[in-house]
Design a protein around this ligand. Structure first.
Ligand code: GAL
Length: 656
């Protein structure tokens, strides 16, 4: 089994002679998998019930003959114009009540019966037609689920979902605290999706609507998956996840419904920061996959969108990012896209085969990368559980992220993603491997568990964190965690309600800091954004505010300890604190990798694979042992890696 390599392929955008050139160039580039038909619905079904598969038959055959496998997409992320005209009720409605029109993509309502039926029909036709095709390797359902709708169909489905969740209106009224501002519901029919409101809207309604939307989209995915599984029981089915604050997808529940977790990843920073984002996304994907191999289904070879400007990747970067994903468990490296289009909204988005053609730096780098991946011929890289030696875990919770986007929080500086990324980044720089785990997951294998921004904590999650510490774990909890229950209701008696006893602290008041304000600490460092009037009950003070109040504490609890951090630290201060805690937990690395260098040691069966990726602009030397997978040389000491380069070293007798 080889690593998968390739990209989104859109032959429907090109005349037939180009297809022949595509396959020839794919072979030259070592491409062995393409995502096909992702946005091809209007070309597959140009009128209702009239299917045109001839062109796709020829493309599938050409690819099979060329030795290129296919991740065949169901095209349901973009219904064709005829569908939207025939079923205007299936067009999505925004929170402002505006019904969107056709002309972009992802323009559908997942609760509209007409959409669900049409999506299943076209998926079913594809399944029947290509179930035995030799090119078929994987089903790629839809694309980046994440669409919102607030229409009447959605309202009906939302109410049904709420009935299932709460059983009765009393329970719902209680969970949503509807006595506040006269929102008490006396009939289910009064409940709407969270439409635009006059002033701050109900945060519990917002949160439940996200949960509902996640479940509704998941149901739409599962319908297609079940149909595809029935047609081709041996072919894995997946969909590509995308990460973003707007995405209403609860990744832990979705991950258990896909045969292989697949993600798209587009860093929006340059240089080493992009490598840090890449490692973060890859570790998260491995977490969602429960430590099994997963798949990077999209990344950009060069220009990507970033805050209104496109960001270029420097030469070598697409290679290093691909290797970083593979090192952390991806069973291949896929790109968006194979060939850069002449028109359409994404005509300047990069591709493996750019507008300049094959005589280009990007295509040449794509071909070198394809050959390299072809040479990493250990089937275990694709099939074995992914072991990068992580004994540190970070808790990931989409629902707390959603709740931290609600109205009425004490400060806009309370964020979800940034603190988690900061913690991951600091450990990445220190060379500490990290897993991501779900709230309430079994934590016994970890020596250190980190909990930034876990705003919602159920009794069950609080109990699992407590028993983790009870059994000897080191737990670190950051401010604004454990504040509320699953419905977002504040836990009383002093913050952080759910974890107060475990942490041995009690917070009576929040003291959010003004923008730019710094809270001096006893270490000479500063806290920002947030501080608290914190009192210790059983914990010891590790760091104080200059005011004398505790800022960072440690509570020896049973066999372990629970640390609490009540302010936002910059990366240097955070690194110092985490180094101290990592040493206590026994997970500190003897030596951090040189600045800008990423080293991943992955054990595959009895083989040790070391991936050394130099994201910096200077040559760096790293101690590794084994045989260089590229040139076959034996390495026993330091291996110099050029600026922007990499080394992959295979060791048949790794140290335990
Ligand atoms: C992804 C999407 C692709 C393409 C790409 C551009 O999110 O799945 O279709 O739009 O972004 O970066």
């Amino acid at each position: 089994m080889a690593l998968w390599y390739g990209g989104d392929y859109n032959p429907e955008q090109w005349p037939e002679p180009v297809w022949l050139e595509d396959v020839a160039l794919m072979r030259e580039a070592g491409v062995n998998l393409v995502s096909l038909g992702v946005f091809a619905w209007s070309r597959l079904e140009p009128a209702e019930g009239r299917y045109e598969f001839g062109w796709l038959d020829r493309v599938m055959d050409l690819l099979a003959d060329g030795g290129v496998g296919v991740a065949l997409a169901t095209p349901t992320a973009s219904p064709p114009p005829w569908f939207s005209l025939a079923h205007p009720d299936a067009l999505p409605v925004t929170a402002d009540g505006v019904r969107l029109t056709h002309g972009s993509r992802d323009t559908y309502c997942a609760s509209a019966p007409a959409y669900r039926q049409a999506a299943l029909r076209v998926a079913g036709e594809l399944a029947q037609r290509y179930r035995d095709h030799p090119a078929l390797r994987l089903w790629h359902v839809h694309n980046e689920y994440g669409t919102w709708c607030h229409c009447a169909h959605t309202a009906t489905a939302f109410r049904e979902w709420l009935r299932r969740r709460y059983g009765g209106l009393d329970e719902l009224n209680d969970a949503w605290t509807t006595s506040f501002w006269s929102q008490y519901y006396s009939d289910w029919a009064q409940i709407q999706p969270p439409l635009a409101t006059q002033y701050l809207s109900n945060p519990a309604q917002q949160l439940d609507f996200r949960r509902f939307t996640s479940d509704e989209l998941l149901a739409a995915y599962c319908e297609q998956r079940d149909l595809l599984r029935t047609a081709t029981p041996g072919t894995p089915v997946t969909t590509n996840f995308v990460l973003g604050g707007w995405v209403p997808v609860e990744h832990w529940s979705w991950s258990s419904e896909v045969d292989i977790v697949a993600i798209d990843h587009y860093p929006d920073r340059a240089g080493v920061a992009a490598a840090e984002q890449t490692a973060f996304a890859a570790d998260l994907a491995r977490g969602w996959a429960g430590g099994q191999p997963w798949l990077l289904l999209e990344q950009a070879p060069n220009l990507i969108y970033s805050a209104g400007r496109m960001l270029a990747k420097e030469p070598g970067q697409m290679t290093r990012h691909s290797l970083a994903h593979i090192a952390r468990g991806s069973r291949g490296a896929m790109f968006f896209q194979w060939r850069q289009p002449v028109g359409g909204a994404e005509r300047f988005h990069s591709a493996m085969l750019p507008h300049a053609g094959a005589d280009s730096r990007i295509f040449r780098e794509s071909a070198v990368l394809g050959r390299l991946l072809g040479e990493l011929d250990d089937p275990g890289l694709v099939t074995e559980p992914v072991d990068i030696g992580a004994r540190t875990a970070i808790v990931w919770d989409d629902q707390s992220w959603w709740a931290l986007q609600s109205s009425g929080l004490p400060t806009a500086a309370l964020r979800y993603l940034e603190p988690i990324q900061a913690v991951h980044r600091v450990l990445w720089r220190a060379g500490v491997p990290v897993d991501f785990v779900a709230p309430g997951a079994e934590l016994g294998e970890y020596a250190l568990v980190l909990v930034p921004s876990l705003y919602l904590v159920s009794d069950q999650v609080a109990a699992s964190l407590t028993s983790y510490v009870d059994e000897g774990g080191q737990l670190v909890v950051w401010y604004f965690s454990g504040i509320a229950d699953e419905a977002g209701r504040v836990r009383l008696g002093g913050y952080p309600g759910a974890l107060r006893e475990l942490l041995g602290v009690r917070v009576e008041e929040f003291l959010p800091l003004a923008e730019g304000e710094a809270a001096p600490l006893s270490t000479g460092e500063h806290g920002r954004d947030w501080s608290e009037r914190l009192a210790v009950t059983t914990a010891q003070v590790v760091v104080s505010y200059a005011t004398g109040l505790p800022a960072i504490t440690r509570n020896h609890y049973s066999r372990g300890s629970a640390w609490y951090v009540s302010t936002w630290l910059d990366d240097l201060a955070l690194a110092r604190l985490l180094a101290e805690i990592a040493a206590v937990a026994g997970v500190a690395q003897e030596q951090a990798p040189p600045a800008g260098v990423e080293v991943v040691h992955r054990r595959v069966g009895s083989t040790g694979w070391s991936f050394v990726l130099n994201h910096s602009d200077a040559e760096r030397a790293v101690a590794v042992r084994g045989v260089d997978a590229v040139d076959g040389s034996e390495i026993t000491g330091l291996r110099a890696v050029p600026a922007g380069g990499y080394a992959i070293v295979r060791d048949e007798q790794p140290e335990l």
